[in-house]
Write a protein that binds this ligand. Structure first.
Ligand code: HEM
Length: 206
């Protein structure tokens, strides 16, 4: 669970860094070049992408199984004590399910049309389309932009707690905990605010 979470965090960071290039004042040139490279590179398409999809599937399935086991253990074996842990730490399953729902929408918006374009309609590579497609998605719908932004806030909270607890699971000592909590806070804020700025930017300028 912890390792698949850390793997997904590395993916998210590169995904954000690539998408941040769509904010550069070059009419989407850099974003188009990188997106085209990622979209047609065989290593990315046929090795890294399947690993990523498996990682997402594994993380969510394990999360749901763990939640089910924890609930069963609490109900059957122990008297449930009120703890001082935060709402987020007790409800990782809820933020996780919201992120899963977001991902379904996100795949419908970007990934499925891309797969259709390349592998079903067999369209010729057209390396200038990515930026306009991105702008159009956000600019055409305020509701979608809001759903995306709310998901990014919950994603940030999920990451913050997930990252902190994954450090514990991989055996990092408590003397390092303080520093790592700061890193977890910076990382999750960066991801959450970074994606939100991208969505709002393209909504307002697309
Ligand atoms: C404003 C924010 C975001 C934008 C503009 C964006 C954009 C995109 C685009 C254009 C693609 C299609 C890539 C392709 O196959 O050619 C994509 C795929 C994907 N996105 Fe996002 N994304 C955003 C946020 C997120 C977030 C927050 C997550 C995870 C929680 C995420 C997860 C994924 C995944 C798993 C894929 C499919 C794998 C891939 O092809 O790279 N994205 N995204």
């Amino acid at each position: 669970m912890a390792l698949s979470g850390i793997f997904l965090m590395v993916f998210l960071l590169q995904h954000l860094l690539i998408n941040l290039t769509s904010l550069l004042p070059d009419d989407g040139k850099t974003f188009n070049i990188i997106s085209h490279f990622m979209g047609y590179n065989p290593l990315v398409q046929f090795v890294l992408q399947p690993i990523l999809i498996f990682g997402v599937f594994f993380h969510f399935t394990m999360g749901i199984i763990l939640e089910y086991q924890n609930k069963k253990a609490r109900n059957l074996k122990y008297v449930y004590h009120k703890t001082r842990s935060s709402w987020i730490s007790k409800n990782m399953i809820i933020t996780g399910l919201v992120i899963l729902a977001f991902l379904a929408l996100h795949f419908y918006d970007f990934w499925i049309p891309e797969m259709e374009y390349k592998y079903i309609n067999n369209m010729l590579p057209e390396n200038e389309r990515y930026f306009h497609e991105l702008q159009e998605k956000f600019h055409s719908s305020l509701t979608k932009t809001i759903i995306y932004c709310v998901s990014f806030i919950l994603l940030g909270l999920h990451l913050r707690h997930g990252l902190a607890s994954s450090f514990q699971s991989v055996g990092i000592t408590s003397t390092r905990q303080r520093k790592l909590t700061i890193i977890a806070n910076i990382y999750s804020l960066f991801i959450s605010i970074g994606f939100t700025i991208i969505a709002l930017f393209h909504y307002s300028t697309g």
